[in-house]
Design a protein around this ligand. Structure first.
Ligand SMILES: Nc1ncnc2c1ncn2[C@@H]1O[C@H](COP(=O)(O)OP(=O)(O)O)[C@@H](O)[C@H]1O
Ligand SMILES: [Mg+2]
Length: 242
């Protein structure tokens, strides 16, 4: 599936948060979005996923030639679009195994989810309450697995690498490589970028500052930006606006 974002302007909490985003992720491509805190990376993913507090003021979101801008989040999930959240709520009344059973009965199983379950060591978490007292690595591994259980064809990953130890990072990147092999389309938001070196392929890197994409290029750009910091790239945006 392809995902196109056209001239997206978004408000939340009475503020303009995204200020004209254009993006095209073709079927099977993986794009990286990187940028300083508060740039609007999560807001972009939330808006694509249809979280209602992100109000689209202008522009469109198109999934495989269909305009999905006004669809509810659950309708987008049914169409094959799913978001892995940056932060997970602790739910003291639902066990991992129960949610897993519900999702499997609703969406069926996939080879990708079965492999991910093994790599991400989900069996050990089966009897735990959802995200309750879980370590950073456990939370991200479980969230990635639950996202895959909806059998997405476009997957949005919000900082799957933040706050995880190196062992979990290896497991998570192994599963993202399976996602790449499975020809899913993917947008991966990362704050630091080191996960990118563990991926077998990256099609495009976008730098976001202040609600806009200021630069898009191949993987080499990432190293350059991480070496010199975001300030230099973000200043280009200021120059353009002046
Ligand atoms: N619901 C909201 N209400 C008000 N401001 C918001 C809301 N969501 C995000 N923001 C603001 O929008 C900006 C972008 O936030 P976010 O998308 O979380 O950035 P990033 O993920 O790049 O760190 C920040 O200044 C943040 O405070
Ligand atoms: Mg964020």
């Amino acid at each position: 599936m392809s995902l196109v974002v056209e001239d997206l302007h978004v408000e939340s909490g009475g503020r303009e948060i995204l200020r004209g985003i254009d993006l095209e992720v073709k079927k099977g491509e993986i794009h990286i979005v990187i940028g300083p805190n508060g740039a609007g990376k999560s807001s972009l993913l939330y808006t694509i996923a249809g979280i209602p507090r992100y109000i689209v003021k202008r522009g469109r979101i198109i999934l495989d030639n269909e305009d999905i801008t006004s669809l509810q989040p659950q309708e987008r999930v049914r169409k094959g679009l799913c978001l892995m959240h940056q932060f997970q709520p602790q739910i003291k009344t639902i066990k991992v195994a129960d949610l897993e059973n519900v999702l499997v009965s609703k969406f069926g199983t996939s080879e990708l989810a079965v492999k991910a379950r093994e790599i991400l060591e989900i069996e050990k978490l089966r009897n735990r309450y959802l995200f309750v007292n879980m370590s950073g690595g456990e939370r991200k591994r479980l969230e990635l697995y639950l996202t895959l259980l909806t059998r997405p064809r476009v997957i949005l990953l919000d900082e799957p690498d933040s706050g995880v130890d190196v062992d979990s990072l290896v497991k998570i990147s192994e599963v993202i490589n399976l996602i790449i092999d499975s020809s899913l389309s993917c947008i991966l938001v990362t704050h630091r970028g080191d996960i990118v070196n563990m991926l077998k392929r990256v099609d495009r890197v976008h730098v976001m500052c202040n609600g806009k994409i200021v630069e898009s290029d191949g993987k080499d750009m990432l190293e350059r930006v991480l070496r010199s910091g975001f300030r230099k790239v973000c200043e280009k945006l200021k120059e353009k606006l002046e």
